[in-house]
Design a binder for this molecule. Sequence first.
Ligand SMILES: Nc1ncnc2c1ncn2[C@@H]1O[C@H](COP(=O)(O)OP(=O)(O)O)[C@@H](O)[C@H]1O
Ligand SMILES: [Mg+2]
Length: 497
Amino acid sequence: MTRDDRLPRDAQSILELAARSMFELFANASEGMMLVDRDARVVWINDQYRRFLPALGFEREEDFVGHPVSRVVQNTQMHQVLATGKPILIDLLTNRAGTFVVSRIPLRDGAGEVIGVLGIVLFDHPETTLQPLISKFARLEQDLSEARRELASQRRTKYTFASFVGSSAAALEVKRQARRAAQSASPVLLLGETGTGKELLAHAIHAASPRAGRPFVSVNMAAVPDTLLEAEFFGVAPGAYTGADKKGRDGKFKLADGGTLFLDELGDMPMSVQVKLLRALQEGEIEPLGSNRLLRFDVRVVAATSRDLQQMVAEGSFREDLYYRLNVLPIRVPPLRERRDDIALLIEALCEDIAARGGGAQLELTTDAQALLAAQSWRGNIRELRNVLEQLALRSDSHHITAAQVGAVLREAGLPALAPAQTAAPLRAAAGAESEGAQLRPLPEQIAELEQRAIALALAHTGGNRTAAAKLLGISRASLYDRLTSSGGLSEIHTIA
Ligand SMILES: Nc1ncnc2c1ncn2[C@@H]1O[C@H](COP(=O)(O)OP(=O)(O)O)[C@@H](O)[C@H]1O
Ligand SMILES: [Mg+2]
């Protein structure tokens, strides 16, 4: 108790009396008191405190008093009060003797120097005395851990290599490359048109990598406004902004620490962010916005893009140094039209998934209907195929799907409109959709493919009517029939017309 010289004498003695009464009140009402000196040594305990000694592991008082408090009381915070001079008025202390509600008050000398700390055990067995508070605390903790678990499960990958349907040579090669990439720590660059399964593969690579137990975090450059991307990546330091972000926010690099960071639509990343990303990858450190502290991170980067990055580098819209940094393990994911053999399998898998989610019966497509789908150019690839199947599931009263129904959905989706460009100039890349590589194939294969497309287009146009389709194509009905059966194992033909 420090003396206050501004008070008159009698007030001074009242104050001292008050202090003593308070001390006595605490000494009697509390479950125990202890005193440590400025070296954090226990110098005194009261009678009540003595009964905790066995539970703390001490038979004799001299094994406790006279020893550093941190050695005799686990998890004590007395030294913290010594160091800061600030009281901890209420706290929960848990150690081998149980859980206690405690209070720690610094003692000062006449000059105001901290010379020790008074520790008070306000309650033992807080689970009975503080029941409402404790149960509320337990409930909050439970909510928190549930929320954390939920978040972790969202960050866990949704797909494995088994989810990547396809047994064509092209599909198997992609899976082989991706499996190999999973074992490496280098960046992976997934290149391919939209809807080819790049995101699915990114998940699968993570799930098959040594980082599988850690987070998978994605950032989609096309979905986050340019101005927010930096904060999204690097986070915001507390107090950097006023308002909603006052508390600060972790960036995706931090969230992905120890795991995989998926940079989706990499080609859409603005130049300003490219510079910062490159620096972060080179240094292995990030600097949250508004902070001047560098944080180390450990992430494996998997990037994907449907843009031609090499072309962008040539045009100066993508940094060459960043391109080389990320283009360590490039994997080209082929478009659906380069692996038409997989379409039947994909239809099956997608219909199964759609039925499982929608709760309806699984669609069954006639062979004609499948042929019609197989012949499409599928610019939107598997995503587009899935949309068409979803439309069919929604619109059809029965789960049995005919070519006519497929033709109608394709027409409404504006899909056949893509085909004339191909029939008019079939061997020219359709609006850049087909690469040169796709054309450097045996001519009979290309001709067969062209035939298939023309037939599919005609069938779509006539709503599956073969007689009319044959007429449109200038061939006999029998010839059309022949071509349908000879193409890719159509064993069963449903006659529509
Ligand atoms: N090989 C595949 N097998 C099964 N589903 C696939 C396959 N590839 C893609 N999908 C599905 O197609 C949709 C688009 O795939 P996604 O990975 O998002 O493509 P991208 O990232 O290349 O645009 C998703 O619903 C995905 O599950
Ligand atoms: Mg994508």
